[in-house]
Design a protein around this ligand. Structure first.
Ligand SMILES: [Zn+2]
Length: 397
């Protein structure tokens, strides 16, 4: 026999999170053991709000779901004992539910505030723990507008106005200034934040706005071409702000300053890095010039326009800079390398008038050595494996 639909106590008072119920059935929901009760204080997942968790007697409730006939299934952490008594005490995880209520009510407030301040309509919203987002219909919203909306929402929280949820008659429903159209056709539930917002919603909400606690916008991003506002409320907002503040204090300690001097510390550091980079650039250029002169001086004794050089202990960056200089000499044809234990980095380069194809030459040798490399006729780069004989390979015609 099918169960009658479960009486949902949160409709009457969302702040009551404990009560006595009678077990109507023991079964399973998609493979997880589950209980059906005559009434429940557990909110079943729907409308973007997660199902409640808590305890029924000594049993752990890990999720709450509702089926198409309105029967609520309390999913259990383990199968119930066979001698389970029919009368049970239900207890909803208070902290988690109160957070969901704060986030839900906060979302109504912020959606309304975004509409008033920025003309942004809420297309959809998600309220999953620490990732609460409102997707708007706008392609851009200024950060200052969002900050204004955040401030407006917080003013309504401070004013501690009543929040009411009820099922209006059809006649009353038609007279209500709903912010958006309902997503269901029957038993439309309406949530009003007195003097500010009226919208259809089936979730659990605070009964006064001050219960929301602080509301903070945590991000403003583009998603699917439209602006997405991320926010937190209640204890989730507090803990996020606390963790950001702790991070800033820790950063301040790195600069041996307080949190308000971190920006100054970073700017000072940037200045020092820039200065160091400039000095390093000058030093590098001089070093490359000296290396080049040394290579060319040694080369004068051999052949003026053919260079083979191994830059012992130099970096690949230095090798590249030397190669660039060599490439500006018109008749030059050069093969230079630097090495480490795991192989040799090679650059072959030529001047405008040298009869040499650096790319083809290096490609051929990469194949012969089992290394890699190739490039344009003017310049090519590659690697020869560890143990390759640089001097004899570099002399290959
Ligand atoms: Zn809601």
């Amino acid at each position: 026999m099918p169960f009658p639909s479960t009486t949902l106590e949160h409709f009457a008072d969302p702040l009551v999170l404990r009560g006595e119920a009678r077990i109507l059935g023991v079964g399973a929901w998609k493979g997880t053991p589950a209980l059906v009760l005559d009434r429940t204080w557990f909110y079943p997942e729907s409308g973007g709000q997660l199902g409640d968790v808590g305890t029924i007697g000594d049993l752990l409730v890990v999720d709450t779901q509702v089926d198409a006939t309105g029967v609520v299934h309390h999913l259990l952490g383990e199968a119930p004992p066979p001698d389970l008594l029919p009368e049970v005490t239900c207890s909803v995880d208070r902290a988690r539910r109160r957070l969901h209520m704060a986030l839900h009510t906060g979302q109504h407030l912020l959606s309304r505030a975004l509409q008033e301040v920025a003309g942004a309509e809420t297309v959809s919203s998600r309220l999953f723990g620490s990732a609460c987002t409102i997707d708007t219909d706008l392609e851009s919203i200024g950060e200052s507008r969002v900050a204004e909306a955040e401030a407006l929402a917080n003013r309504w929280i401070e004013d501690d106005v009543p929040v009411r949820a009820w099922f209006p008659s059809e006649v009353e429903l038609r007279s209500l200034p709903l912010r958006r159209a309902p997503s269901v056709e029957e038993r439309i539930r309406v949530v009003s934040i007195e003097g500010f917002d009226v919208s259809p919603c089936g979730g659990t909400h605070c009964t006064r706005t001050a219960q929301i606690g602080p509301l903070t916008v945590t991000g403003l991003d583009r998603a699917k071409g439209k602006m997405r506002v991320a926010f937190l409320a209640g204890r989730a907002a507090l803990s996020e702000l606390k963790s950001r503040s702790d991070e800033l204090v820790a950063l301040g300690k790195l600069f041996t300053t307080g949190p308000y001097e971190v920006r100054q510390g970073i700017e000072k550091l940037r200045g020092s890095v820039k200065e160091a980079q400039e000095s390093l650039g000058i030093f590098r250029a001089a070093h490359v010039q000296r290396l080049l002169e040394r290579i060319l001086a040694r080369n004068d004794e051999l052949s003026a326009d053919r260079v083979i050089a191994y830059l012992d202990g130099e970096t690949v960056e230095t090798l590249r800079a030397v190669a660039t200089k060599l490439g500006t000499i018109p008749a030059m044809q050069a093969v230079i390398g630097v090495g480490a234990f795991d192989g040799v980095t090679i650059i072959a380069v030529k001047g405008d008038s040298a009869p040499f194809d650096a790319g083809a030459w290096l490609g051929r040798l990469a194949k012969a050595t089992g290394g890699r490399g190739g490039g344009r006729p003017e310049r090519a780069e590659g690697r020869w494996p560890a143990g390759a004989d640089f001097w004899s390979l570099a002399q290959t015609p």
